[in-house]
Design a protein around this ligand. Structure first.
Ligand code: AHN
Ligand code: ZN
Length: 323
């Protein structure tokens, strides 16, 4: 009697232990790679602070003191959260015939990895708020137009320092995006990204794909699918929009086409050949386009909403960690 109890107890114990081990039950089954799990983390208060710190320097118009001071601030931020950080210096000619000194600020995470993603935003401010009825000649704060995308990406970099991604990540803050001619050539815009696309910071630089952030701070922002992004980077648009929807941000990442916009991603696609999409507030349904604040003095900190920053930041963070 005692012996049979012992045998049963042993058999039970053996079964219990063996069913707890990680040994695959069927050894012929291919073992699929299991990614270490991660927590989607993004602190919108921190991102908001990074937006405000840029705005507090004053309008970042190329050639001005606030622009120079912000360049130092941005390189320091990337140095803090990335493995490498530096400023690429270049020059271009504005459509008004003026020389523009360009500072593209670049931070890299896991610089040795070949599997890479490019995250970018422009950091300069338009020299004049030319859509403003009352004061169209002086620059706006550029809280949304410029600072918002940069602020989100600094916070993404901060989070990636705590939870390291498997992929390599390059963060580029492009200069001189917003000096373009509203009625002129496409090439009058995006001078910093055009310079970089022709002269990348590393010879023959490639990334699997790129994500550009522009005006990612308005309340109830609508990120309609921008047409150049769909044309050049369709699989990645699907990936990013699906990720946003999985995270519950489908109210921002809507499933319809927006405008065909000239922005930094266009030149990364056409000159550098890296499929790059633009997450940009462009509301085709409510006809407000880029938003009521666009190129007006109302583009200040009051036009920044933390819920939107969070939706974009969480989405970008998850896309990077899933790579
Ligand atoms: C044009 O208006 C042609 N492109 C918009 C690109 C832009 C300006 N993004 C921010 N400011
Ligand atoms: Zn602009």
């Amino acid at each position: 009697m005692k012996t049979i109890t012992k045998i049963l107890a042993c058999a039970f114990l053996f079964l219990a232990i063996s069913s707890c081990t990680d040994e695959p039950k069927n050894k012929d089954k291919p073992i699929t790679e299991v990614k270490p799990s991660f927590k989607v983390k993004f602190d919108a208060d921190s991102a908001y602070k990074f937006v405000k710190e840029q705005v507090d320097f004053g309008p970042r118009v190329p050639g001005t003191t606030p622009h120079g001071m912000t360049a130092v601030y941005l390189q320091n931020k990337l140095a803090e959260y990335c493995d490498t950080a530096f400023t690429q210096y270049g020059s271009a000619t504005s459509y008004l015939g003026k020389n523009v000194n360009i500072k593209n600020i670049i931070g890299s995470i896991n610089p040795e990895k070949t599997k890479r993603i490019l995250l970018c935003a422009h950091w300069d401010t338009r020299p004049m708020a030319d859509q403003d009825e009352n004061d169209p000649t002086t620059p706006a704060d550029g809280a949304n137009d410029g600072a918002s995308g940069v602020g989100v990406l600094i916070e993404v970099a901060r989070q990636l320092k705590a939870q390291r991604p498997d992929a390599g990540v390059d963060i580029i803050f492009f200069d001189a995006e917003d000096m373009g001619d509203s009625r002129g050539a496409a090439t009058s815009w995006c001078l910093g990204s055009q310079y970089w696309a022709k002269t990348p910071h590393k010879k023959n630089y490639v990334a699997r794909f790129g994500i550009l952030l522009d005006m990612v701070g308005p309340k109830d922002a609508v990120f309609a699918i921008e047409s150049h992004s769909w044309q050049y980077a369709q699989p990645y648009v699907k990936k990013v929009w699906r990720t946003a929807n999985d995270l519950g941000h489908g109210n921002h990442f809507v499933n319809y086409q927006g405008g065909q916009l000239i922005d930094d991603h266009l030149f990364i696609n056409t000159i550098r050949g890296i499929p790059t999409l633009d997450i940009i507030h462009y509301d085709v349904i409510n006809k407000s386009g880029f938003g009521e604040f666009w190129h007006k003095h109302s583009d200040n900190m009051n036009s920044i909403d933390k819920t939107t920053l969070n939706a974009v930041g969480e989405t970008v963070f998850k896309v990077v960690m899933d790579l």
